[in-house]
Design a protein around this ligand. Structure first.
Ligand code: FAD
Ligand code: NAD
Length: 481
């Protein structure tokens, strides 16, 4: 029986980070992953690299450049010839990036000494001593492997809803929506959450008429309330028809189109679209992962139950990434994977769950870390805020990209930064400054006393931090709070 120090089940960001770190720390490590690429060959990187973060960002970047060329360059005095759009080439670019990065994980495994095993992994019964994992290769006989430690990182899959069952081509989830071979003239999206907004933006920019049906009455309730309001206005201006407070009753293919029925405040409605994306959340994926007596427990929502250190209820078995509590984000999973590998090696790292950044890659982007004003109000905590608009920063204006703002929220008494919220160009990059500041327990004054290069978008973060104390420079007296 093959024997390892660590077996990782799942080769997405959480699992591959755990495996690489474990091997770097001198442990004999194997990573079992069952994903196969479109061409039928095994692929590493999980949802993130194959069907998630990376392909969606390739299409978001490409479609943003298309909009820039179509609408953004004239103001700068740049003319283009007639603009053309070749979806096959755009998709080939996306697939090329995916191929490069997934192969890169293979290279990292090889270079760090991780054994990659392509197939299904299942944690077998708890027993004294080492753990056993059944490995069923894509091509070959099942075998039982032995390990001192097992890390479970099987990820998540899209939630489906009974009123809108997926079909081969017309009613699709996020994976299908990354593969359209032409621009649907009319596109419906169920769910105006992160995936709905990102993929709705992609196809809307490329020419689809996009209608989004969102169940909740509020837009992006997890984001800062003002930013949610500003973003909704901006996305509607961009052409996304976002309908809140709707209840989808049915969706069925009729004569090559999709007929959707839903209810809103005005009663029964129908919508006809050429494609429908269902983007109503993701759920932990645990099918076939655990023997009945594995000793690992699930929580009431179907996630693998773990403590703050990602230890399950079974000795020497850990779980990381989307399959455990917390936000379903690649970077959160990677940090958990690294923490677990280092803890197995005897180190004592922690994941700081108060400092997990969230980003929505629309344009402008939305990013935040820490707490919102609404959360602080609900908790009865006193706080102060500073805000700064990108419209008052030279760099954003120079780039003709000045929609949005930064908000810094700090404790009223200690001035410690409790949250930072950004709606604007490159918010995904700017938020890292806030994460670093919060990781080091910085006060708004600390950030205000820090020197930022001029002219940069980051100056909006600086000014918002100064604004907490009423000290922003590029602001009129009457604008201060
Ligand atoms: P996964 O990436 O899902 O990987 C799990 C792997 O385990 C898979 O390869 C699966 O096949 C394999 N597996 C499962 N069970 C078994 C088994 N029993 N045996 C063997 N193998 C198994 N997050 C971000 O942070 N930023 C983004 O921009 C972003 N964009 C996204 C866009 C889209 C369209 C989607 C769908 C998701 C996006 N996410 C994003 C979320 C991100 O993809 C996930 O949070 C991340 O992939 C979770 O990593 P993971 O390792 O836990 O699981
Ligand atoms: P989500 O939770 O972000 O959004 C789902 C939306 O669908 C919610 O607004 C919800 O109210 C709505 N909804 C649920 N049921 C509905 C129904 N029956 N009818 C209409 N609306 C309904 O989930 P998602 O967009 O599917 O994304 C899944 C996960 O993937 C998220 O947790 C996210 O963290 C992750 N993800 C992250 C990124 C990123 O980091 N940029 C990008 C994509 C996905």
């Amino acid at each position: 029986m093959d024997n390892y120090d660590v077996i990782v089940v799942g080769g997405g960001p959480a699992g591959y980070a755990a495996a690489i770190r474990a091997a770097q720390l001198g442990m004999r490590t194997a990573c079992i992953d069952k994903s196969v690429a479109k061409d039928g060959t095994p692929t590493l990187g999980g949802t993130c690299l194959n069907w998630g973060c990376i392909p969606s960002k390739a299409l978001l970047d490409a479609s943003h450049k298309y909009v820039e060329a179509r609408e953004g360059l004239g103001t700068l005095g740049i003319g283009t010839g007639p603009l053309t759009l070749d979806i096959a080439t755009m998709m080939a670019h996306k697939d090329g990036v995916v191929g490069k990065l997934t192969a890169g994980i293979g290279g990292l495994f090889e270079g760090n000494g991780v054994t990659a095993l392509a197939g299904h992994g299942k944690l077998l019964a708890a027993q004294p001593g080492n753990r056993h994992v059944e490995f069923v290769p894509h091509d070959g006989e099942p075998q039982v492997l032995e390990a001192t430690h097992v890390v479970l990182a099987p990820g998540s899959v899209p939630v489906d809803i009974a009123p809108a069952p997926l079909t081969e081509e017309l009613i699709v989830d996020s994976t299908g929506a990354l593969e359209f071979d032409s621009v649907p003239a009319r596109l419906g999206v169920i769910g105006a959450g992160v995936i709905g907004l990102e993929l709705g933006s992609v196809w809307g920019r490329l020419g689809s008429e996009v209608v989004m049906l969102e169940a909740l009455p509020d837009f992006l309730p997890m984001a800062d309330r003002r930013i949610g309001r500003d973003a909704l206005r901006e996305f509607k201006r961009q052409g996304l028809d976002i309908r809140l407070g709707t209840r989808v009753m049915s969706a069925a293919v009729n004569d090559g189109a999709v007929e959707v029925t839903y209810q809103d405040g005005d009663g029964d409605q129908t919508l006809t679209v050429d494609k429908l994306i269902v983007a109503v959340g993701r759920r932990p994926y645990t099918e076939g992962l655990l023997a009945a007596d594995s000793g690992v427990n699930l929580d009431e929502r179907g996630f693998l139950y773990v403590n703050d250190l990602c230890a399950t209820d079974a000795p020497n078995v850990y779980a990381v990434g989307d399959v455990v509590r917390g936000p379903m984000l690649a970077h959160k999973g990677m940090e958990e994977g690294v923490m677990v590998a280092e803890r197995i090696a005897g180190h004592k790292p922690l994941v700081n769950y108060d400092c997990v950044p969230s980003v929505i890659y629309t344009h402008p982007e939305i990013a935040w870390v820490g707490r919102t004003e609404d959360e602080l109000k609900a908790a009865g905590d006193d706080y102060r805020i500073g805000t700064f608009s990108f419209g008052a920063t030279g760099r954003a204006l120079a780039a003709n990209d000045a929609t949005g703002m930064v908000k810094v929220v700090a404790d009223a008494e200690t001035d410690r930064i409790l949250g930072v919220h950004v709606f604007g160009p490159q918010a995904s990059e700017l938020i890292a400054q806030a994460v670093i500041a919060m990781e080091f327990d910085a006060s708004a004054e600390d950030l205000g006393l820090t020197m930022f290069a001029h002219p940069t978008l980051s100056e909006a973060v600086h000014e918002a931090a100064l604004g907490v104390g009423g000290n922003a420079i590029h602001m009129l007296n009457r604008q201060r709070k």
